[in-house]
Design a protein around this ligand. Structure first.
Ligand code: FAD
Length: 486
């Protein structure tokens, strides 16, 4: 099949009898439910978008040559990376970067996983079957243009003991096996996009201790697998709202769900790791984290560019050219430029990992995982500070259209430099939906934690990823000068 259209995607969602709970209700059809319909339509629009921008978003996937989305690509050159980059930018523009987990996010990870079967197999080939399964699964994803959700984080029960893992019953673990596959039980967080996914995936996140064999699992199963249940967070959607009034929450609530595996059978051909802790802990060697950070930084860049445009227009509409506001707009511009520089540098310094597979330079992108979770809340704060009470003096479309109110709003709630009451209301409503609505609050939490907390990312950057050679050499040079002076 290759790249699906939006209507093919929606048809797929309707076919699976998934167990999705939202606000206390078990939802029969996520494409029709008032609290989920908007998100389904927006993901469908992303599927349509890849055809609309086919030159950037699609490529002829080997070996069949069928046209599928660039996020399934296993890049074989720098040109491939640039091509994929252009497609990812187009896809992110579909939600202005507000939906973080559009299907390209997971596609990128599985393409990287499948590019490194040797890592899955282990040095002695002891997990050959898992390696074959992951390669076949990637081809299945590309051919069916499947939408994935994922949960790789253990639910928090007691932070003093959670890292030991063993002995807990809350976390997903293998509890048995049959001729057909393994049986898993437990929970994982937090399945973003779950209502709009065809399949659920579990794969290595944080490293496991050597004795945690039953937790060392990687697998993928259809969303309608018996025993698989998703409890969504409170909906941030705006059912039935006019898109003028709630431009973002009427469209872009991608949902997040607590995922329960209640004695779930995973067929053998969908098991990628079965109890092998060393292989589980070696997944970084596939370079999948680079692919993940590539997609997420491109998506974040689009969101930053959008936010800069929004904040600038807000200031213009109220004639705010004060030094304080101009400085904050400059701060936003700096975030945009720095993020763009990181993406560009990563492409410029692309490298071949081996077996002819190319990746952007991960070192250029890695710091974004520490810094974007701090910049994004600041972006929301800047929009709030520029907006002030104007974020709340925003008549709805129906109020603007009401002849009893319209002349008064034209007289008393227009913008600076001849801006109309409609334009002012539209922009400030958009800004409030961005920072102040339930969706805005969820966006804040998402940006803080979706690639683990900034705190953990900073610790990892310092202890594991950063090459300190030059810093240490500079220090040594200075110290030796001091010694020479003695
Ligand atoms: C909206 C949203 C969507 C998500 N979507 C997904 C998804 O689709 N799939 C998925 O698998 N996961 C998803 N996640 C889960 C996400 O990966 C986790 O929330 C993330 O890893 C943070 O985990 P944690 O709560 O254990 O945070 P921690 O990393 O434990 O951070 C929690 C707090 O502890 C502090 N902290 C962290 N480390 C230390 C330390 N060493 N010492 C002291 N303090 C520390 C932090 O500053 C922070 O305030 C999502 C999360 C959110 C909020």
């Amino acid at each position: 099949m290759g790249a699906r259209t939006g209507s093919q995607f929606l048809e797929g969602l309707r076919k699976t009898r998934r167990e999705i709970w939202v606000d206390g209700e078990k939802v029969a059809d996520v494409t029709a439910h008032p609290k989920l319909r908007g998100g389904a339509q927006s993901v469908a629009a992303i599927y349509d978008r890849q055809h609309e921008y086919a030159g950037e978003c699609l490529f002829a996937a080997p070996p069949s040559g069928e046209l599928t989305t660039v996020s399934h690509m296993i890049p074989r050159s720098k040109d491939d990376l640039r091509r994929r980059h252009a497609g990812l930018v187009r896809l992110s523009e579909g939600s202005m970067g507000i939906m973080g987990r559009t299907p390209d996010y997971m596609n990128m990870k599985f393409a990287a996983f499948a590019s490194a079967p040797k890592v899955w197999a282990g040095a002695d080939g002891r997990n050959e079957r898992g390696a074959r399964n992951i390669v076949a699964y990637h081809q299945y994803l590309a051919h069916g243009d499947i939408s994935l959700t994922h949960t790789i984080i253990q639910p928090t029960i007691d932070k003093r003991t959670d890292s030991k893992v063993t002995g807990t019953t809350a976390m997903v673990r293998k509890i048995g096996e049959t001729a057909d596959g393994i049986i898993v039980r437990g929970a994982k967080v937090l399945a973003t996009l779950a209502p709009y996914a065809d399949e659920q995936t579990v794969y290595p996140g944080q490293p496991l201790p050597a004795d945690a064999k039953e937790f060392a699992l990687a697998f993928a199963i259809p969303l309608d697998t018996p025993g698989l249940k998703f409890i969504c967070r409170d909906s941030a959607a705006a059912p039935g709202a006019d898109p003028f009034d709630k431009p973002l929450s009427s469209r872009f609530d991608e949902q997040d769900a607590f995922c329960i595996f209640d004695d779930v059978l995973v067929p053998w051909d969908r098991v990628f790791i079965d109890g092998d802790v060393p292989i589980y802990n070696s997944m970084r060697e596939t370079s999948y984290a680079i692919s993940m950070t590539t997609q997420s930084t491109i998506r974040a860049l689009t969101k930053l560019e959008f936010a800069y445009g929004l904040a600038t227009r807000m200031a213009e509409l109220i004639g705010d050219y004060s030094p304080a506001t101009t400085e904050m707009l400059g701060e936003l511009a700096a975030y945009v430029r720095l993020t763009a520089n990181a993406v560009e540098l990563s492409l410029e310094q692309a490298w071949e990992r081996g077996d002819g597979v190319w990746f952007p330079n991960g070192a250029a992108l890695e710091p974004m995982r520490s810094i974007l979770p701090m910049w994004m809340p600041r972006v929301a704060e800047i929009i709030t500070l520029i907006g002030s009470h104007n974020l709340l003096t925003t008549p709805t479309r129906s109020e603007l259209a009401d002849p009893r109110l319209r002349p008064l709003l034209d007289e008393m709630l227009h913008g600076a430099d001849g801006a109309t009451a409609d334009e002012r209301a539209q922009v400030f409503r958009l800004a409030w939906d961005f920072v102040g609505s339930a969706l805005g609050g969820r966006g804040f939490l998402y940006e803080r934690f979706y690639l683990t907390s900034a705190s953990r990312n900073k610790q990892m950057l310092h202890t594991r990823f950063f090459d300190r050679t030059r810093s240490q050499a500079l220090l040594e040079d200075m110290l030796s000068r001091g010694r020479r002076a003695d």
